[in-house]
Design a protein around this ligand. Structure first.
Ligand code: FAD
Length: 466
């Protein structure tokens, strides 16, 4: 069996399926190959299940704290099995949506493992027979898989990856998390909300964010009872009697901590298992496919996007790259500016960032002015009794153009979109202030931070003394 296509995509994650749908919409005959389930890591083992777990566990915590709004909710309990069922139902709905979209747009979907062969052919390994497709162009979008620290004891069944933790039928009573990135703090939020004892070992929290955010997050997580050791260097894990012990060095002292399970959340590595046939390999570095500005690899007509290449490892970045490649293959100009990628963390309060931080602007020799609004003076935040939070805007001193924003407050992950639109379109502070913001909203905080840049905030509610 064989087939000829304008575009053959390997991997139906947010990079691959979006590229395939866009290519088909632009009139290109397109096929996509997926060895597991459409939606990739994001829908099945990443963004969506993590946010469903955060939503359910936050609701549980909020109900326990409802007394502060005059509501008594005694004997609030949770059924972990039902939380998992809700998470899976949410994921299934979205996966079905992607499958329908592929079908509705006329993309041919092939189940199985895709392997790139010579002359832009792709073999799909099936149980009974091999299928070979020929593509005028190939897009590699095989994504990533969890990275395991190369230290003793990590092969224990009590050491989990994010994939394994999602699959557990019971919530752990105690969990050690190695790593301090987004995945680490989001899982810490989920299981701390559910009453699990959490210890985070190694590395700064959310290292890619503004340092003030990292410091504030550490304080908030500690307040929630999470034990954080940012300067610990993990040496190994031992397992005994249904528990595991993490051995680490902190301030030159050997230390250890014991829990039900260890979650290894130290990052992800590209997934190239079986992706390349004999004598076919594009130029690569540290396992990632190297691409030029058009996402084309060293093999002409073979492109790579998403977690498989260097750059930001986020679902919306993979999708945006997929759209840009599809547009290029259809002879169109790119419709998306790939230089501004919003970064979000779904902790409570949420964290979001886009463009430059004040420090990055300084490092690049750009003179900037910054406006900052503390959200404890925002009406909506007072109504909902939010934790500490702020919105900070970085603007070019000479032109007034908005260069970046960092936020730590309720709905930050939704509100960052306003800044992405402003930065990619080169809007100034003055232009961003032209539109009214509804009252009372968290969004008013953006107006206040911008006003601060224009010479002083106009507060809707009296500002608390700092
Ligand atoms: P993937 O989503 O990994 O998809 C690749 C697909 O290719 C998979 O379905 C795989 O089965 C398939 N495949 C691989 N090899 C082959 C082959 N040879 N043949 C056929 N099929 C193949 N990002 C965000 O933007 N926001 C978030 O909130 C967020 N939260 C996350 C939470 C967790 C716990 C994790 C692990 C990740 C999270 N991410 C988040 C990151 C996000 O999931 C990834 O950046 C994104 O999924 C990358 O998309 P991709 O298409 O490059 O690869």
């Amino acid at each position: 069996m064989s087939g000829k296509y304008d575009v053959v995509v390997i991997g139906a994650g947010p990079g691959g399926y979006v590229a395939a749908i866009k290519a088909a919409k632009l009139g290109l005959k397109t096929a996509i190959i997926e060895e597991r389930r459409a939606g990739g890591t994001c829908l099945n083992r990443g963004c969506i299940p993590a946010k469903a777990m955060i939503h359910a566990s936050s609701l549980y915590r909020e109900m326990q704290e409802a007394e502060r709004f005059g509501i008594s909710a005694s004997d609030v309990t949770y059924d972990y099995g039902k939380i998992i069922a809700y998470k899976e139902e949410t994921t299934d709905k979205l996966v079905q949506g992607v499958e329908q979209l592929l079908k509705a747009n006329g993309v041919d979907v092939y189940d199985g493992k895709g392997t790139l062969l010579e002359e832009k052919k792709v073999r799909i390994r099936k149980e009974q027979e091999d299928v070979v497709l020929e593509g005028e162009n190939i897009i590699l979008a095989s994504g990533s898989k969890p990275l395991i620290l190369p230290i003793p004891g990590m092969d224990s069944e009590r050491v989990l990856t994010s994939d394994a933790l999602f699959a557990m039928k019971e919530a752990p009573k105690s969990l050690i998390i190695i790593g301090g990135g987004v995945i680490s703090v989001e899982f810490a939020t989920v299981y701390a909300n559910l009453g699990c004892k959490i210890t985070i070992l190694e590395a700064k929290l959310v290292p890619n964010m503004d340092k003030e955010i990292s410091q504030n997050l550490k304080m908030i997580l500690k307040k929630r009872g999470i034990d954080i050791h940012t300067s610990a260097a993990v040496q190994g894990v031992t397992t005994e009697d249904g528990t595991c012990t993490c051995h680490y060095i902190e301030k030159d002292q050997e230390q250890e901590v014991t829990a039900d399970y260890v979650l290894c959340a130290v990052g992800r590595c590209p997934n190239t298992d079986g992706l390349f046939g004999e004598n076919v390999k594009p130029d690569m570095e540290r396992g990632r496919v190297l691409v030029n500005a058009n996402f084309e690899s060293s093999i002409p007509g073979v492109y790579a996007i998403g977690d498989l290449i260097f750059g930001v490892q986020l679902a919306h970045a993979a999708s945006a790259q997929g759209i840009v490649v599809a547009e290029k293959l259809a002879g169109k100009e790119p419709s998306i500016d790939l230089s501004i990628v919003p970064g979000c963390v779904y902790t409570d309060p949420e964290i979001a960032s886009a463009g430059m931080t004040e420090d990055q602007a300084k490092e690049n020799g750009i003179a900037v002015k910054c406006g900052k609004f503390i959200m404890s003076a925002n009406g909506k935040s007072i109504i909902t009794q939010e934790e500490r939070g702020f919105i900070k805007v970085v603007a070019d001193e000479a032109t007034g153009k908005v260069l970046g924003a960092q936020m730590m407050c309720a709905r930050a992950t939704d509100m960052i979109g306003e800044f992405v639109t402003a930065i990619t379109n080169g809007l100034t502070v003055e232009q961003m202030l032209k539109g009214m913001r509804s009252h009372p909203t968290y969004n008013e905080g953006i107006g206040e931070a911008l006003e601060e840049l224009e010479g002083g905030a106009v507060h809707v509610v009296p500002r608390k003394k700092k």
